[in-house]
Design a protein around this ligand. Structure first.
Ligand code: NOJ
Length: 532
């Protein structure tokens, strides 16, 4: 009897450990990439020129060591990408479509059959291996021709984008069920015109970021509505846009209101019009920017208002919330002597705030991205307070950049696992509805202005090798084990450099079974000892 009690109790204790760290059934794990960063084949067949082709060719001195002309050569090696995605056991693979590979001029006047076939093959190849394709329509590679016409500052782009979206849906919506319209509009707008971080890198901090902000939201909304009215009834897919979030924490508790304003500037400006019940710009931020614009001598706010019809067009155009998150900031009022306030890295003149990082936060290859995993849980809680407790959230990116080619990338494993720990807490303790998680990135690739210097891949890529050999890092073994077990193990799986991922999955499974058995026996004996 006593023994039976002990066995029951012991089993509860052991399975309790597993259930705390087990992801809910149906939780999906994936990995992500984007067209310009991996494909290469920049002028293959009839592909047109994008802003990144143009910028990287014109500024070899500014973009670190290279351009995306060949990158990982996924244009030719896509079967290899599917092989490694399968080797990892990914539930989904997120990639983007290059607008000019399908529509060389940016307009529907010409469609490239070769481009169309390329993505069709990729989608079919993934599906054959049981991997869900998650497709981003736009990951920063605007047709250069559209840029010449003003790009995202021209209101007509919302129609150009919807023409493109409709064509892509018509080609692939029968097989693709999860769509992201636009990746990180804040990096397209604030990033290109304010931070000078993304092509076309035009320094115009006053009007361009806000015009672009409004137009990306309308473009997204139009694309969502096209899917909703023309495709949803046939294919039952889901569509959203991906926002890049930076958690803003008060430097000291009295700056909570400032931190809230910073969150509205970063997340709210790109999310409130879509996800809030009332729509439109975040009210407090709208007021602050209007006042600042008046002080500058503008007769109207630099943050362009929405008409009633535009507000209604945008409001509610989502099926889930997609978020990328890499970093956080501490927020305090600006003081004399603070350096330049570049939004959203070091601060904002409009809000009169300075942003700093806690020196204890770990910095990888990209200095502007110190990691604060706790920020992820807090950011998720904020999203739910703002946009609804049941909001389904898909984490479309987080990841760690390093400067070396080390295959034993413990730091990356720590980064991923520390963030997943916070995600588990969000799910289990806070009740968040997080539906999946995706690592940036499947393999090392072209990291924008940072070229090939920083490496974010689960797989190392040898850029000197014409075959761009992909080799799994320890983090790939860790991730594949996690996907297989759906449990975030405290003791992480370390494996040898050239070991096959599938091999390590087998061995790590048997070792975790063994550990589980030992824990069970230990608990039983412990309890027997206490009871007797
Ligand atoms: C987010 C972007 O979507 C991706 O393109 C970039 O490489 C990663 N951040 C890392 O910087």
């Amino acid at each position: 009897m006593l023994f039976l009690r002990a066995v029951v109790l012991g089993t509860i204790v052991v399975s309790g450990y597993g259930s705390d760290r087990r992801f809910p059934s149906g939780f999906k794990f994936g990995s992500a990439s984007s067209a310009y960063q991996v494909e290469g084949g920049w002028n293959a067949s009839d592909k047109g020129e994008s802003v990144w082709d143009r910028y990287a060719h014109d500024h070899p001195d500014i973009v670190v060591n290279g351009n995306g002309d060949v990158a990982c050569d996924s244009y030719h090696l896509w079967k290899e990408d599917i092989r490694i995605a399968h080797e990892l056991g990914l539930h989904f693979y997120r990639f983007s479509i290059s607008w000019t590979r399908i529509m060389p001029t940016g307009f529907p006047t010409a469609i490239s059959e070769t481009g169309k076939q390329y993505y069709s093959n990729l989608i079919d190849g993934l599906l054959e291996k049981g991997i869900e394709p998650v497709v981003t329509l736009y990951h920063w590679d605007l047709p250069q021709k559209l840029q010449d016409l003003g790009g995202w500052t021209n209101p007509l782009i919302t129609d150009w984008f919807s023409d493109y979206a409709r064509i892509i849906f018509s080609f692939y919506a029968d097989r693709v069920k999860t769509w992201i319209t636009i990746n990180e509009p804040i990096l397209i707008c604030d990033g290109a015109y304010n931070m000078e971080f993304t092509a076309p890198r035009i320094k115009e901090m006053e009007m361009a970021p806000f015009l672009c902000n409004k137009h990306t939201l309308i473009a997204h909304a139009k694309a969502w509505r096209i899917y909703d009215t023309e495709y949803r009834h046939k294919y039952h897919g889901k569509v959203s846009l991906t926002n890049n979030l930076v958690w803003m924490e008060p430097f000291t508790p009295e700056y909570e209101d400032l931190a809230e304003l910073a969150l509205q500037h970063c997340a709210g400006r790109y999310a409130h019009p879509i996800f809030s019940k009332e729509g439109g710009w975040p009210p407090l931020l709208e007021k602050v920017i209007a006042e600042y614009s008046r002080k500058q001598g503008h007769v109207r706010s630099r943050l362009p208002p929405f008409t009633k019809a535009e507000k209604e067009l945008i409001r509610g155009t989502y099926d889930f919330f997609a978020m990328n998150m890499y970093t956080s900031r501490l927020v305090r009022p600006s003081e004399p002597g603070d350096g330049p306030r570049i939004w959203f890295v070091t601060g904002s003149p409009e809000l009169n705030i300075t942003l700093v990082a806690d020196p204890r936060w770990k910095v990888g290859a990209v200095s502007i991205m110190p990691a604060y995993p706790v920020g992820m849980r807090r950011q998720i809680a904020w999203l739910r307070r703002e946009y609804g407790q049941h909001l389904p959230i898909l984490i479309t990116e987080t990841g760690y950049g390093s400067l070396d080619r080390n295959l034993d990338d413990e730091e990356r494993i720590d980064f991923i696992s520390d963030h997943l720990e916070q995600i588990l807490l969000s799910i289990k303790e806070d009740g968040a509805n997080i539906i999946g998680f995706s690592v940036w990135t499947l393999m090392d690739n072209f990291e924008w202005m940072d070229g090939y210097r920083s490496r974010f891949g689960l797989y190392d890529v040898d850029f000197k090798d014409p075959m761009r050999k992909r080799t799994p890092r320890a983090s790939a073994h860790f991730y594949s084990h996690l996907i297989k077990t759906q449990i975030l193990h405290k003791t992480r799986v370390r494996s040898h450099r050239h070991e096959d991922v599938r091999m390590s999955k087998r061995s790590s499974n048997s070792s975790s079974n063994f550990t589980g058995l030992m824990l069970l026996l230990y608990t039983i004996f412990l309890q027997l000892f206490i009871l007797l």
